[in-house]
Write a protein that binds this ligand. Structure first.
Ligand code: CMC
Length: 423
């Protein structure tokens, strides 16, 4: 296999080293063009590796997702969200003592400064919870200034514990603020996912008891959403970190990126689509509309997966557990029928469009009694585990520099300023 690439431009040929299937973009500078040293133009970074990462592996053609080498199917079946967060951060599964210590460090940081409540409280009652969450996370640097000592690994890790601990609390407060309900403080007797449900849904009862099947379903959803290598929000986290920022400021940027409907918001669109279809007999007509370009089948297709998204398979199993507790949602019948027809239809198979993670997650969230605007928040809470692991990897990567892409300038050539009354 060739480990170099000969590139000829004009009369000159340059040999560029090929490592791990990539050339160094900086090596292209050896080739001179009339416009200056050769560079690549890659809007959306479709074919550019920006990091070397040992955290998450995806083979989109084969439908494979692994965290630190462990298949997502095994983690979803056997692990817990906090254990997966440890794995993402430290690279290995923890032993019993390490896990107990990690869980303790995170859970003991679940309380937030009282002023964080006021930050959330300052929003209008109908403000989107992602905006409240983003503001709350960005504010945390001001409560814990040690986070700015980004060169100090101990300070970084302490603030990672804090952020992982406080995310569910801030998310739950943002949710309850929208409902006008009092805030529920973390309960040390409850695990991470169960405590989150209690902080969200506890009403007047002295103790909130969640059905263990719902707790496990949420835990599985958290595991599935924990990381997905260099997606838009992770790239945002790394770009902001590259300027020397703390973990809160960097993850605040990640929340902003995730908020976009092209990234974190597709499951909400799936629910809207299922409602618009409305009944089983209208499914074939909808599919025809998709084939004629009138609509997209939301929850289908993926930039990376050209096969069944492995997360979708796992979510489908969780659907049964949630509906066994909460009763059947008629929208699920429509979803199942849509999927059955699409997976057997030439339009979808020839384009390699398969079910993705968002196809079933929305119906589960709805069955768990979440309003649609909370869906992206339910993505942000577990994705924080991936963001902090990627942040930490970035901080230890001596090759990284401040992110600063090139541009191709398309504006005016130099021209002289004209005073306002002469224009
Ligand atoms: N329904 C119908 N046709 C589709 C769909 C769809 N969901 N997705 C792609 N196509 C068609 C598209 O029209 C194009 O057809 P043609 O070649 O005839 O023009 C072809 O398939 C390739 O599509 P593309 O837009 O070039 O593919 P992409 O890789 O740029 O887009 C995508 C990926 C996820 C944006 C797209 O598949 C889509 O819009 N899906 C629906 C939204 C969705 O479910 N998003 C959640 C993604 S999973 C969340 C995550 O991992 O973060």
């Amino acid at each position: 296999m060739a480990d170099s690439l000969d590139l000829t431009y004009g009369d000159a040929t340059q040999s560029l080293a090929v490592t791990d299937g990539t050339i160094r973009a900086a090596d292209l500078k050896k080739i001179q063009t009339p416009d200056g040293p050769l560079a690549t133009y890659d809007p959306g970074l479709l074919n550019t590796a920006s990091v070397r990462s040992a955290i998450t592996y995806i083979d989109g053609d084969a439908g494979i997702l692994e965290y630190r080498g462990y298949p997502i199917e095994q983690l979803a079946e056997k692990s817990t969200f906090l254990e997966v967060a440890y794995l993402l951060m430290h690279g290995e599964l923890p032993n019993k003592t390490e896990l107990e210590n990690w869980n303790y460090q995170i859970n003991r940081h679940r309380l937030v400064h009282e002023n964080v409540k006021q930050i959330i409280q300052a929003f209008r009652y109908d403000a989107h919870p992602m905006a409240k969450l983003m503001a709350a996370v960005a504010s945390m640097m001001t409560f814990y200034p040690s986070a700015r000592r980004v060169e100090d690994p101990d300070a970084r890790m302490r603030n990672v514990h804090r952020l992982l601990g406080k995310m569910p609390t801030m998310a739950a407060f943002a949710f309850r603020h929208g409902l006008g309900r009092h805030y529920i403080y973390p309960n040390d007797e409850l695990g991470y996912a169960e405590n989150f449900l209690a902080m969200l849904f506890q009403a007047q009862q002295p103790k909130y008891v969640a059905d263990p099947r719902l707790v496990r379903a949420l835990e599985v959803l958290f595991i599935l959403h924990a990381d997905h290598e260099q997606n838009c929000s992770t790239n945002a986290v790394r770009a902001v970190a590259s300027a020397g920022n703390d973990v809160y400021t960097s993850c605040g940027a990640g929340i902003g990126a995730l908020f976009g409907p092209l990234h974190g918001g597709a499951n909400e669109a799936v629910l809207k689509m299922l409602r618009e279809i409305g009944s089983l007999d209208r499914v074939p007509e909808f599919i025809e509309g998709v084939k004629n370009g009138k609509a997209r089948l939301m929850g289908f297709g993926h930039r990376v997966y050209k096969n069944y998204d492995p997360r979708a398979t796992i979510i489908k199993k969780a659907v049964d557990d949630v509906f066994a507790v909460r009763g059947m949602n008629p929208l699920l019948h429509i979803a199942v029928e849509l999927e059955r027809i699409a997976l057997d239809n030439e339009y979808f198979t020839s384009r390699r469009l398969y079910t993705n993670v968002d196809f079933y997650s929305g119906v589960i969230y709805e069955a768990l009694r979440f309003p649609p605007e909370m869906f992206t928040v339910l993505f942000a809470v577990p994705r924080t585990a991936g963001w902090v692991a990627q942040y930490e990897e970035h901080m230890g990567d001596t090759e990284q520099k401040i992110t600063r892409p090139k541009q191709i300038y398309t504006g005016y050539a130099k021209r002289d300023y004209v005073p306002v009354d002469e224009r």
